[in-house]
Ligand binder design. Structure first.
Ligand code: NFE
Length: 512
């Protein structure tokens, strides 16, 4: 008989997500009962309502308010809002403004990717109890060892184990077996916490404060790029860049080598979307370009083809609206609905967004032949990239590129030059900002009437990836990636957790 396999809440992600699936049993070749997932629901469990908070406010508040959607990707929300405002005000950042915005944003990306791999995902692969066998002198590892010893003792006595969260308790699963590889990973985990701090400091050099920057403004940045600030950023970029190139990238490869079956697990539909990010000049050329990859065919993004379906979401506002006109009317008692996330669709299709989408779009773009070359040199078959490991590797590939580009931007800055363009607030205007957050395509659409926000709609990366079924009953990308998966222990469904975390979901953003 089929059984419901649920993870609620799913930990080590941002926000509140429940995964509810149906598993069909079968006896495998080893005589063990395993479960094949036949249905899946991603349930965003929290209502927030930022779009309603924004109505009637000063448009200049929007990049401050929308940054509060999230503490992990606030700069992406600031930038989507600023680009929407820049369009509405008819301005563009000058060269310094563009580069300073990019430098703050890039630091926030690096922080996000490091956090995702180590703090959120690594414990799906690494056996943290291997630290019990550690015999070296690294003080942090010895401290962690004492912590885990205490947790194991408490667990053996049937006591509460939370003192060792987020390490224990955990699903007992097929972790990496080699104690040395595990201890190396754990040491890097601890180092990553420091690197996350340094990346935040980097962003704050020009961003004034983090996580919610006060320096990013429409038209640029309020901080002048003095030589002192440039050197301060560069010193930190050196450290974070070394960690990304010498540690993070190779740890992702090590995890991939230890879990080759995950090249074949977590495949989502073959539709990918990116809005592009990091302007390289005043003509709109971007480090990571925009594109839509539909059934393997790359096309330019058609903005008019974006709609949001709400049949299975707790909203009574009209369905299949374009974001310029979409409304957010909460209806917590709606029959048949199961999430606070809407279902964005492109040409009616569910689209995966994020690092995998960005890398695959560049792979198919002859103007980015170097990406194809790097992927091909890694010896990974293209069809395997749409997988748990492909998502992790895509993040590491792009992180290295961002580090190199940050050094180039620092050299391009006009030292002590003006960092922003002036503007006047119009009485009536519309604007939209289409950017990439670390987790994927992010759009903010704003309508201004009487110099106040008349309507504001955010369509956010995790809203795409974690979307519920649309009005036609078609599952969202993450739901589709779960369907067909084989779970070996329904009480400890590690396979589900690994697939979901590979998307790096942020439900705080998704439900906004
Ligand atoms: Ni809260 Fe975010 C990113 C955005 S994800 S982390 O990246 O936008 O939906």
């Amino acid at each position: 008989m089929s059984r419901t396999i649920t993870i609620s809440p799913l930990t080590r992600i941002e926000g509140h997500l429940a995964i509810r699936t149906e598993g069909e049993p079968r006896v495998n070749e080893q005589g063990k009962t395993v479960y094949t997932i036949t249905d899946a629901k991603c349930e965003g469990e929290m209502y927030r309502g930022f779009e309603r908070i924004l109505k009637g406010r000063d448009p200049l508040d929007s990049h401050q308010i929308t940054q509060r959607i999230c503490g992990v990707c606030p700069i992406s929300h600031a930038m989507a809002s600023c680009q929407a405002q820049e369009m509405a005000y008819g301005i563009k950042p000058n060269k310094n403004g563009r580069i300073l915005q990019n430098l703050i944003w890039a630091a926030n990306y690096l922080q996000s990717h490091i956090t995702h791999f180590y703090a959120l995902s690594a414990l799906d692969f690494v056996d943290v109890t291997a630290v019990l066998q550690y015999r070296g002198r690294n003080r942090s590892l010895l401290q962690l060892k004492a912590w885990v010893e205490d947790a194991v003792r408490r667990s053996e006595r049937g006591l509460e184990v939370f003192p060792a969260a987020p390490f224990l308790p955990r699903y007992e699963a097929d972790y990496i077996a080699d104690p040395q590889i595990n201890c190396d990973f754990i040491a890097h985990y601890l180092e990553s916490l420091k690197m996350r701090q340094v990346a935040h400091e980097m962003a704050a050099v020009f961003g004034a404060r983090l996580p919610h920057s006060t320096a990013i403004v429409p038209g640029g940045c309020t901080e002048v790029p003095t030589m002192e600030r440039i050197l301060s950023y560069k010193g930190r970029l050196d450290k974070v860049g070394r960690f990304i190139k010498d540690v993070y990238y190779w740890d992702v490869i090590a995890a991939a080598e230890a879990f080759p079956s995950y090249w074949l697990m977590g495949r989502a539909p073959e539709h990918f979307l990116a809005f592009g990010v990091f302007d390289l000049d005043e003509n709109g050329r971007r480090l990571f370009p925009a594109g839509a990859l539909v059934n393997g065919k790359l096309e330019a993004v058609d903005e008019d083809a974006i709609t949001e379906h709400v049949r299975y979401a707790w909203f009574s506002s009209p369905s299949q609206q374009h974001p310029y006109v979409a409304q957010t009317q909460a209806d917590p008692d709606k029959q048949g609905a199961y999430t606070w996330g809407k279902a964005p669709r492109y040409k009616g299709l569910p689209m995966e967004v994020g690092p995998l989408a960005r890398i695959l779009i560049m792979y198919h773009d002859p103007a980015h032949a170097d990406v194809k070359q790097e992927v091909d040199q890694l010896g990974i078959r293209l069809e395997h990239f749409n997988s748990v490991l492909g998502r992790h590797l895509a993040r590491a590939i792009e992180a290295r590129r961002i580090v190199d580009q940050c050094f180039a931007w620092l050299d391009e800055l006009d030292v002590d030059g003006h960092p922003a363009e002036p503007f006047e607030l119009p009485r009536q205007a519309q604007g939209r900002g289409l950017v990439e957050a670390p987790r994927g395509a992010l759009g903010h659409w704003m309508t201004i009437e009487n110099s106040l926000i008349e309507n504001y709609e955010c369509v956010v990366p995790t809203t795409w990836n974690c979307s519920p079924k649309d009005d036609n009953g078609v599952h969202g990308p993450m739901e589709q990636a779960l369907i067909g998966l084989e779970v070996s222990d329904p009480d400890q469904p590690m396979e589900l957790a690994r697939v979901v975390r590979s998307f790096d979901p942020c439900l705080a953003c998704a439900v906004h």
